[in-house]
Ligand binder design. Structure first.
Ligand code: ZN
Length: 307
């Protein structure tokens, strides 16, 4: 292909600071007692909602009442989240974790980067179970990915989504229109995992395919379902193997990620919110390598975005 027609498209992702105020964060409430399977070591935090951690004594405090729950956006538009991975992991486990961390960069402005000397960071360790705090907590915050049972791509993404400020899909404020919770089948003492939260849903639809959605038999005491989709009870839930488009959309909306497409041939700069791109064809846009490719992906965007 002639160099003349070689496309130089630069995708630069940046975000606008202070766009979405912290409604999403401030609505996240954490309370209640322990998940019995976690929190047994002295230094383990209390685990709520299955795998959401809160520090003992802070159950009634809302960790996200201020803007501080979101991670900080830098002037280049990226949200850098420093991380440390414990040396407990094998190289294979470590690469699974790193692949999960890096997957956010492909479709959002979140950039997990190795910690150098940043104050706030995600401290990934193999403790008892898979859990995370919701949102940025300040200083090092543990994300537990137990070597046994938690080092899988979707679980890595799931726990990091908590750290970015997101709750479980089935606790959404509008969940009663989409799922029915069968409390009679829930293990005694675990009902709090199904408590509804006044979440800010960022204009995204309820998503059975979210990596944040629990499965049908979560916390079941009798092998009967605890979560049943409505109106169609046969819809699959909680089977995601990676972040859904809506998961990506929510990140991009919460953090106001933008995509800038610079097309050097006509010196044309176009800007889109990543969430629009994600909604249309984010999966494909990474693979653009020619002008034809670009326009075949671009045109649907133009109509959606009314350009
Ligand atoms: Zn979770």
């Amino acid at each position: 292909m002639s160099p003349l027609f070689m496309l130089t498209i630069t995708f630069t992702v940046f975000c606008i600071v202070h766009c979405y105020p912290s409604e999403a964060s401030s609505d996240i409430t954490v309370e209640e007692e322990e998940n019995q399977s976690f929190g047994q070591e002295l230094d383990e935090p209390t685990v709520m909602f299955g795998d959401i951690a809160v520090e003992t004594g802070l159950q009634n405090a809302d960790p996200c009442t201020s803007r501080g729950c979101k991670w900080v956006k830098y002037s280049d538009g990226n949200v850098y989240v420093p991380y440390v991975i414990s040396n407990q992991y094998s190289s294979r486990e470590r690469s699974t974790i790193e692949r999960g961390l890096q997957s956010f960069a492909a479709s959002t402005c979140i950039r997990f980067t190795r910690r150098t000397r940043q104050r706030d960071f995600v401290n990934i360790q193999s403790r008892s179970g898979c859990y995370s705090f919701v949102g940025r907590r300040g200083n090092g915050q543990v994300v537990s990915l137990a070597r046994r049972g938690c080092v899988y791509h979707q679980i890595v993404q799931h726990e990091l989504l908590h750290a970015l400020g997101f709750n479980h899909e089935q606790t959404r404020s509008d969940r009663d229109q989409h799922v029915r919770i069968l409390y009679q089948n829930v293990i005694q003492g675990q009902q709090h995992n199904f408590r509804k939260i006044a979440t800010n849903n960022l204009g995204t639809p309820y998503d059975y395919n979210s990596v944040m959605h629990y499965g049908r038999y979560a916390f079941s005491r009798n092998r009967q379902p605890t979560i049943v989709p409505i109106p169609n009870s046969n819809v699959a839930i909680g089977r995601a193997t990676q972040m859904s488009r809506n998961d990506i959309l929510r990140i991009n909306r919460l953090y106001r990620c933008l995509i800038v497409i610079k097309r050097s041939l006509k010196n044309l700069d176009m800007e889109f919110f990543l969430d629009d791109v994600a909604a249309v064809c984010w999966d494909s846009i990474n693979s653009i390598s020619s002008l034809d490719d670009a326009w075949s992906y671009f045109n649907p965007l133009r109509s959606v975005l009314k350009l």
